[in-house]
Design a protein around this ligand. Structure first.
Ligand SMILES: [Cu+2]
Length: 344
């Protein structure tokens, strides 16, 4: 770990350091038997040994909240992924990617226990990004990682515990497009707007749905475009027009399901959660295929939205200043209540 750590947390790492050095020396000496002698070296790393030809770049923002935004990423297996890390905050964060798929670390762990985990299990990436800084980290995910999910965390003390963690889901290597979707206990799809564009029809679309909460859900997509479903009508509609896909999202944080289907043509496709009461509580979203999504972005926490809001605020501020200037020149500036009473 190269994050600035208080002295109390350094000790377990210092204890582990000689083992890393020993492992490194033994491996360079070409002693394969050494692997068996160390429990954590016995299994070969799951990624990084293939030579993927394509590189996907994913923007990951780090905030002082502390959060990773977006929190849930998706990329095709069999590719290299460059994580473009942008620290939007003032304090340091790390992007520390677990070496083993399908593991969600326990947020009740102490910082020392978290460090101990990485000392024993290693990591695919461990990058410290200072406040205001940026970094790029490339990780090769070979084809065997298809359908795997890897968690990443910040190991700066108490950031992981406060919610600074996320996952990257690796999709199939089959031709098609991939989209990442999430469900929450607050009856929401996050994001509620999905976009997929293709140069040809039909095409395969793979949606990896990850549950961020405990409740089970469904990802149920209408097969017809430009159909507006309501909680009162969707059941009858799906009897007449079977959904394009109806994927069950298992209950429990981190549970995932793939919704793999074929899109026949462009248009807006609505999806809902069929679990009783969820759609009525707002659990719906829209998939835009080959048509532009609405200008209001669905996910308010991304950098794109923030800059959009910033520009909007700036324009409004400009109008306000202009209005104040005109008002003061025209002498129509509203007078304070006490001034007004003096005139009476
Ligand atoms: Cu639901």
């Amino acid at each position: 770990m190269n994050d600035p750590a208080p002295a109390t947390r350094v000790r377990p790492l210092r204890r582990a350091a000689p083992w890393f050095v020993a492992a490194l020396v033994l491996s360079t000496l070409g002693l394969p038997a050494a692997a068996g002698a160390f429990g954590h070296l016995a299994s070969a790393p799951l990624v990084g040994y293939a030579h993927p030809t394509n590189t996907t770049t994913i923007l990951v923002n780090m905030t002082d909240t502390p959060r990773f935004t977006p929190q849930f990423l998706a990329a095709p297996a069999g590719n290299s992924v460059t994580f473009h890390l942008v620290n939007q905050g003032a304090i340091g964060h790390t992007f520390t990617l677990l070496a083993r798929p399908g593991v969600l670390l326990n947020t009740s762990w102490t910082p020392g226990q978290l460090d101990q985990y990485f000392a024993q299990n290693g990591s695919l990436a461990n990058v410290s990004v200072p406040g205001g800084g940026q970094a790029n980290q490339t990780v090769a995910f070979n084809a065997s990682t298809a359908f795997d999910s890897f968690e990443f965390v910040s190991v700066v003390p108490y950031q992981f515990q406060a919610g600074m963690h996320g996952t990257i889901n690796l999709t199939s290597t089959a031709p098609g497009l991939l989209v990442s979707e999430n469900t929450s206990d607050s009856y929401q799809f996050l994001p509620a707007v999905l976009v997929a564009n293709s140069t040809h029809y039909p095409f395969n679309l793979d949606v990896l749905v990850t549950n961020t909460g405990n409740l089970g859900h469904t990802f149920t997509l209408a097969g017809q475009t430009n159909v507006t479903l309501t909680p009162a009508t969707y059941a009858a509609y799906f009897v007449q027009n079977p959904p394009l896909v109806n994927a069950m999202v298992p209950g429990g944080a981190g549970m995932t399901v793939w919704a793999n289907f074929t899109i026949g043509g462009p248009g807006v496709y609505q999806y809902i959660c069929e679990v009783s009461g969820h759609f009525a509580n707002g659990m719906t979203g829209f998939l835009y295929v080959g048509v532009p999504p609405p200008p209001q972005p669905a996910a308010p926490s991304t950098a794109v939205v923030e800059s959009w809001v910033l520009v909007g605020s700036g324009v409004l501020l400009g109008f306000g200043v202009l209005a104040a200037l005109i008002a003061s020149y025209a002498g129509r500036f509203p007078s304070a209540p006490n001034e007004e009473s003096e005139h009476h």
